[in-house]
Design a protein around this ligand. Structure first.
Ligand code: SAM
Length: 198
């Protein structure tokens, strides 16, 4: 077995054993250990949350005093003490539903959005980046000053443009590829700390 496959398998087995719905849960755990994107008591929005691995981790990190909401186009099974809605993040009415739940601005937005992939990288990359622009429009409306955000990015020709766009909005933006992310995959994570407000 190749090292990459072995590592993938390790995280999949670990997720099964520890009750996480996705291997991706370990990416958020690792990034949060380094950057504290989410802390206790945080109000957190998870965009593109199905099947719910990140949402589970977000709830653990935010604790009893925190609040977590997940949104996805696909069905997501309930998660205790988390508000999940089925919806399209590109639908403008979504912001209203976010405020309805939180009742005000929030501390963190995490985005693990992926389009339905076609296998044509240029198409998939452009579509994924455009989902990130849609997510950042939501960020601009709901994130409190000094709040944090996390974006998954399919790396390609428009990644730098998106990084420069997002850099203007946060005090600090870091790029990372967590261990739980396959080396062969072209996904990167932009960790955005200290929202400057708009
Ligand atoms: C990689 S999965 C997320 C995995 C999740 N973070 C976890 O740990 O379980 C990406 C998700 O983005 C969702 N998605 C893509 N476009 C969307 C949109 N416009 N609105 C809402 N969700 C979307 C997909 O349905 C998919 O479930």
């Amino acid at each position: 077995m190749k090292l990459i496959d072995a590592r993938r398998d390790l995280y999949r087995r670990l997720a099964h054993k520890e009750g996480y719905r996705s291997r991706a849960a370990y990416k958020l755990k690792e990034l949060n250990t380094s950057y504290r994107i989410i802390g206790p008591g945080f109000f957190v929005l998870d965009l593109g949350c199905s099947p719910g691995g990140w949402t589970q981790v977000a709830k653990e990190l935010a604790g009893n005093k925190g609040q977590v909401m997940g949104i996805d186009k696909s069905f997501v099974e309930e998660i205790a003490d988390v508000h999940i809605i089925r919806g399209d993040i590109e639908d403008e009415s979504i912001v209203e539903q976010i405020f309805e739940y939180f009742g005000g601005k929030i501390n963190a937005v995490i985005c693990d959005l992926s389009p339905t992939v076609t296998g044509m990288w240029d198409v998939d990359h452009s579509r994924q980046i455009s989902l990130n622009y849609a997510a950042s429009k939501i960020v601009d409306q709901v994130l409190a000053k000094k709040g944090n955000a996390l974006f998954k990015v399919f790396d390609g020709q428009y990644s730098i443009e998106f990084r420069d766009y997002i850099r203007k909005k946060f005090a600090k933006v870091q790029l990372r590829k967590p261990q739980a992310s396959r080396k062969s995959s072209s996904e990167l994570y932009y960790i955005c700390l200290g929202y400057l407000g708009n």
